[in-house]
Design a protein around this ligand. Sequence first.
Ligand code: GLU
Length: 563
Amino acid sequence: MEGIRGLVCRLVLENAIEHKGKAEVDSVVRRLAAELPELRPKLKEVLPLVREIVSEVNALSHEEQIGRLREYGPLERPKRMRREGLPELPEVEKYEQIVTRFAPNPNGPLHLGHVRAALLSYEYARMYGGKFILRFEDTNPVNARLDMYELIKEDLRWLGIEWDEEFVQSDRMELYYRIAERLLEGGKAYVCTCEVENFRGLRDKGEPCPCRELRVEEHMVRWRRMVGGKYEEGEAVMRLKTDLRHPNPAVRDWPAFRVVKSPHPRVGMRYNAWPLYNFSVSVDDHEMGITHIIRGKEHEVNELRQRALFKYLGWRYPTVVQYGRLTLAGMKLSKTEIVNSVRRGELSGYDDVRLGTLSALRRRGFLPQAIRRVIMEVGLTTVDASVSWEGLAAFNRKLVDDIANRYFFVPGGVELSILKAPEISEVEVPLHPSHPERGKRRIPLRAEEGKLLVRISRVDLDSLEEGKTFRLKDFMNVVLKSKSPPEAEFHSMSLMPNVPKIQWVPERGVEVDVLKPDGSVEKGVAEPGVAGLIPGELVQFERYGFVKIEKVGERVSAVFTHK
Ligand code: GLU
């Protein structure tokens, strides 16, 4: 702990000088976490030290503080944590502390497309020693799903994203009601009971609907009826009064609250009037002191709607950082489609390997670092970008190649007898060719009367030629005598140049089911050591691909990662 005293002193002094001589424990802790990420799990333990130094430093005069800080080197604004490839955020100087948020709707699992908003918001908060908020936007009772809150958090944690604060919008209804009433009382919003079609017809012409013109008192009555459940769904909406001549009709008098009579998975039937996205997002972005909203350009029109609300309430709209579209080639991503397919049993779950959800990627053996790299690479570009399975696999392969130990696996598999084989009862092969320190795996064999039985893949057998020599990888060279029945003859042990090398397994291997990315299962046999792997382990089946072990035992199940 004492080892970090110097760093804490410097941070406290800097913080004090920035804040009129009074350092704040919370901001120091946040900066500390940003500068020393390893410390994050132990922040509680550092707290007493920070408190002690803060009270010591706050008792000093400004000059004394400057003098002390000079001891730590020339005075300049502390260098920000550089995040690889991330440009500076705009308008940072406008705010005392950077606050960002990730605001998922818990209506489905997170997929690769969501990582961008989450990761960039998180990274920027860290880069500036700021605060990162996780907020569940669950004000649509119909599609919020109870199982998603936890799954989303699990996915974020897996990605290495930690949040400083967590909020759930369905807990904040009273706040939304208060703001709604403020707007109604100020004549900035009204409760509209027009048929939607009629309203739209007028709106598109830039004309007010009959409700808009009614007195504030009438709208208050209607509002109470809305809140009290006196309207049925679709009978009333609260609209924000905007400029009816706004060039984009979609921005005119946009709906802020609607009636929903279905139970909410968290709060049941407690509320009848529910805020729509643009309303609750605005209230929360303001209330939570969000300084930078990092979002896709599909929210451009929403931003216009939200700005109108901010203006009425005299709030300052956060700085928006917009990024371009990201296409994810070949990935099934629509949340609703995913949820429905799971419900209908067409997919095995949110982690069905055919999906681009984070849980599916995790299950398949993609590492969070690879996902982060891919998304950071795309970063904030405003031009449309695309990520493909191949691109993601390329990043992942670089990482797992070093981690994954090697094993032999033979898909399908035919028995090959090797005649005139020497008496060998075991072959030792390194677990990883570039990591001899990891040791070797042992493949037990049984040769009876000079005849040895192994299994090779049907595809390999078909590609071999009778009379030609080939090598059973890491083992011996043999000459193919006949394809049917498959028979070969021992040739030699030491490595031979220019002969095909194929993987093989002993007669008694372990059966493995490999779940492929298209949902099919490929059956095969692996060397016996595979039965002793730990579920979750990533290995490479040589010449076949990387797999993540899912279940071990009599039969092993593995999930195919990529080639
Ligand atoms: N809940 C919104 C979404 O997931 C937040 C978008 C935003 O306001 O940035 O799209």
